[in-house]
Design a binder for this molecule. Structure first.
Ligand code: IMP
Length: 199
């Protein structure tokens, strides 16, 4: 029987990526399959602190099950590492991805420095069960930011981020390519051995 893994998110894009990266070895369910599970507020100052909050609170809602949580975001060097842990709410508490991209473009346009703007996506993954942390991994993908969106694929800031070694944004590159080199793919790769030992 294929083991189940609860991914503590309601972000369908992230779930799609995690399910594709893990392949057939795991049946990945997110919080849409567990509507009664609530996650504690992300009050941490780091990706790790917030991923722990999500994994631990999520795992308390599904006793005995393995729960994975990811906290991720974009760091832009010329903006002192912002939006960072506030990536999902950069343009305000109720901001959507388009609002956040607009805010990022506006902030970049105010800078004296000109392109290229270096940055990276960061991802911390935490595995938990019954309120206890089992394993933590963190990974990033370096690249640069565009000042105009390129492509309609992916989600979040994908259309503004070109990974190192490529000339197209994650909004243009295929899901297969992104899932081989993204921050999420690398953090999950580092988690695979631990997951296999618990399957
Ligand atoms: P979280 O759900 O609190 O981890 O928020 C992560 C936010 O960072 C997302 O809402 C996106 O804005 C951004 N982000 C994280 N990973 C990616 C990615 O792979 N592509 C584009 N944006 C991302």
């Amino acid at each position: 029987m294929v083991p189940k893994l609860v991914f503590a998110t309601s972000n369908a894009h992230k779930t799609e990526e995690v399910a594709a990266i893990l392949g057939e070895a795991w049946q990945v369910q997110d919080l849409r399959a567990h509507p009664g599970v609530t996650l504690d507020e992300e009050t941490g100052d780091t990706f790790e602190a917030n991923a722990i909050i999500k994994a631990v609170s999520g795992s308390r809602g599904v006793p005995g099950m393995l729960v994975l949580a990811d906290d991720s975001g974009l760091e832009v060097d010329a903006l002192g590492g912002h939006p960072g842990v506030r990536s999902a709410r950069y343009a305000g508490e109720t901001a959507n991805a388009a609002d956040n991209r607009a805010k990022l473009k506006a902030e970049l346009s105010k800078l004296e420095q000109t392109a290229p703007f270096s940055g990276r996506f960061q991802c911390c993954m935490v595995l938990a069960r019954d309120g206890a942390v089992l394993h933590i991994t963190q990974a990033s993908v370096e690249g640069h930011l565009l000042t105009e969106e390129q492509g309609a694929g992916g989600f979040g800031y994908d259309a503004l981020f070109v990974p190192e070694g490529f000339s197209d944004s994650f909004g243009v590159l295929s899901a297969e390519t992104k899932n081989q080199l993204s921050h999420r793919a690398r953090a999950l790769e580092a988690m695979k051995e631990q997951l296999a030992s618990l399957a």
